[in-house]
Design a protein around this ligand. Structure first.
Ligand code: OGA
Ligand code: MN
Length: 291
């Protein structure tokens, strides 16, 4: 395989690899290292089906079966469908996944290592792709923090809550999602995560707080916590840390949830269809490697 880093400090393309074929252990190791180092990997021009996507993704860890139980690929519950398409009056997939800055599953005690998306239909206007996915480099964001803040937050945790993102979508993005029921909330209780995490593969420290889910620095006065979090959220979204992936059909895009945060840009409507299949790789396997 040929690894070609992007110019702007985040992301790489990997060519000369066919993801429909079973990778060797060495190839899996090489991809895992490239992903951890570059944060986001695009494998262009892949011809794969849902079973191939699942087989490739599953080499990196256990695959999540999304709790909503909706929008699963028939016969492959680990493959989730993201789409704004409506077929026979029914939504084909989840239409508003990830439409604000977040880290996948930071609200969950079991963290996610990598998300793997396969672009099947990409919205375009006059040839320009819409619905891009943006990423922020949380290693660089950590390194640039003022020393006194690094010291102050070292070893501390923050609470992450699934409901924060959900309510934000309802309140600010005009989403028609109903409020979470008490039963749904009970299934996703808030959890504490380190504010600075040591990346299990690279050993680098990264900023592991995100605007989507992080609600409070544990054991800190609410006013001070709000001030520091809003500073961190502004800091981590500076354009110098960000990279925007413009999709092409048949891209497989894989990102590292430890070292990056991301946002799905909602700049397309129902007339421009988007169809993506997705597998979320849990961190069990990479964490077991370092334990
Ligand atoms: C996700 C997500 C981004 C996108 O699947 O978790 O954030 O561009 N998707 O679809
Ligand atoms: Mn996401």
């Amino acid at each position: 395989m040929k690894i070609i880093p992007n110019d702007d400090g985040l992301g790489a393309r990997i060519k000369e690899i066919d993801l429909s074929q079973t990778l060797t252990e060495d190839q899996v190791g090489e991809v895992r290292m490239a992903l951890s180092k570059h944060g986001v990997i695009c494998f262009p021009d892949q011809k794969i089906d849902a079973a191939d996507l699942k087989a490739f993704s599953g080499r990196f860890g256990t695959l999540e079966i999304n709790v909503t139980g909706n929008y699963q690929e028939p016969g492959h519950p680990e493959v989730m469908i993201l789409s704004n398409k409506v077929v026979d009056g029914k939504p084909l997939g989840l239409s508003d996944a990830g439409q604000d800055w977040h880290t996948d599953m930071s609200y969950s005690k079991e963290m996610a290592f990598a998300n793997v998306l396969y672009g099947i239909e990409i919205p375009r206007v006059n040839g320009t792709p819409l619905g891009c996915t943006e990423f922020g480099n949380m290693r660089a964001a950590y390194l640039d923090l003022p020393d006194d803040l690094k010291q102050k937050l070292d070893g501390r945790t923050a609470t992450h809550d699934f409901n924060k993102f959900w309510e934000n979508m309802r309140r600010e993005k005009g989403s028609s999602r109903p409020p979470l029921t008490p039963e749904q909330k009970a299934k996703k209780p808030p959890v504490s995560q380190p504010i600075f995490l040591t990346h299990p593969i690279t050993g680098d420290k990264v900023l592991y707080a995100n605007p989507g889910y992080t609600v409070q620095i544990d054991g800190m006065d609410k006013t001070e916590s709000d001030e520091i979090l809003s500073f961190l959220f502004r800091h981590q979204l500076q354009p110098k840390y960000c990279y925007k992936h413009l999709w092409s059909e048949n891209d497989v895009l894989m990102w590292d949830n430890f070292g990056t945060i991301h946002n799905a840009v909602a700049d397309y409507g129902p007339d421009t269809p988007r169809l993506i299949k997705r597998c979320q790789v849990m961190a069990d396997k990479v964490l077991a490697k370092v334990a």
